[in-house]
Design a protein around this ligand. Structure first.
Ligand code: IDP
Ligand code: MG
Length: 148
């Protein structure tokens, strides 16, 4: 079953959107495999966003991700990486369609509420960065036969 890393970034926590956003992934049929509330250190934020090092927004992005607590989650299910990216919408909240998380709740490029892995390979690396393997819980849900 494919897994993806989802972060509810500090703006989502400050704006009390944890339940709203998490509920969408639950109702989609994805299954929760890991969940924690984390104050990201600078080093964790730098590792997570290493691909953006050197870009003009990098320092501001690291400040943002370390500005308050983040909810880190692992969701799993069929095509979980692509499904979560579709549900998130585009990077820029102002250009993200209604119905998506960013389209419904963000007007910003930086403060766009949520991170989702962009490939299964990056998902594996990002999950390993945010979670120890013993923190992930393998289980099935009683409705699994109804979900693709
Ligand atoms: P993504 O989160 O949609 O995958 P990325 O291009 O990977 O977008 O960028 C990572 C994060 O960096 C974005 O979610 C956003 O918070 C921030 N970001 C991206 N581009 C800009 C920018 O041009 N200005 C400010 N922040 C940006
Ligand atoms: Mg990205």
């Amino acid at each position: 079953m494919q897994q993806t890393l989802i972060l509810l970034k500090p703006d989502a926590v400050q704006r009390r959107l944890i339940g709203e956003v998490t509920g969408r992934f639950e109702r989609k049929g994805l299954r929760l495999a890991g969940l924690k509330f984390v104050q990201a250190s600078r080093s964790l934020a730098e590792s997570h966003y290493a691909v953006h090092k050197g870009k003009p927004f990098y320092e501001s992005l690291i400040q943002f991700l370390t500005s308050g607590p983040t909810v880190a989650m692992v969701w799993e299910g069929r095509e979980a990486v692509a499904v979560c990216r579709l549900m998130m919408g585009a990077t820029d909240g102002a250009k993200s369609p209604p119905g998506t998380i960013r389209g419904d709740f963000s007007l910003s490029v930086q403060n766009n509420l949520i991170h989702g892995s962009d490939s299964p390979e990056n998902a594996a690396a990002e999950i390993a960065l945010w979670f120890e393997s013993k923190e992930l819980v393998s289980h099935t849900t009683t409705d699994s036969k109804w979900i693709g």
